[in-house]
Ligand binder design. Sequence first.
Ligand code: NI
Length: 172
Amino acid sequence: MDSLEIKIYGDEVLRKVCKPVEEITPELVNLAKKMLEAMYEAPGIGLAAPQIGKDIRLVVIDITHPDETDEREPHIMFNPSWEPEESSELVAYEEGCLSIPDVFCNVERPSTIKVRYTDEHGEAQEMRGVEGLLARCVQHEVDHLDGVLFVDKISQSDRILNQSKLKKMAKR
Ligand code: NI
């Protein structure tokens, strides 16, 4: 199976508002599994469909680390959405992105969220009280589905620091 190519900052597909997935077909489930493979290979903890050139609302996530567990915990999420839980507060945490190599900056996001999505079996799922790295990753990946990148949300000083790297990337 050929591995998928990850699109880099500057590629216009990363700025698209992605289309909802109407029907979870075997082809889409297969694509999600290939996305997980590409994500593990990179390696990363999340990957959204536009990052492999598809403008559909699909993300894959696995925040486990291979050195720390034998049991990986892949999530395949079609049409994911989230909202902050009442207990949520804004927290800053350093983010990176497989489509924006070598740029790592703090981004403020809600700490605790409720997540809704459709899984690979077509079942509606809801996760309550999602926090930590998983909450962070879901928000970062759902942003991708709206054409939003984490560098859109960094401080002005971080933007200035990374300006030339980003410009070079976009020119490739
Ligand atoms: Ni990303």
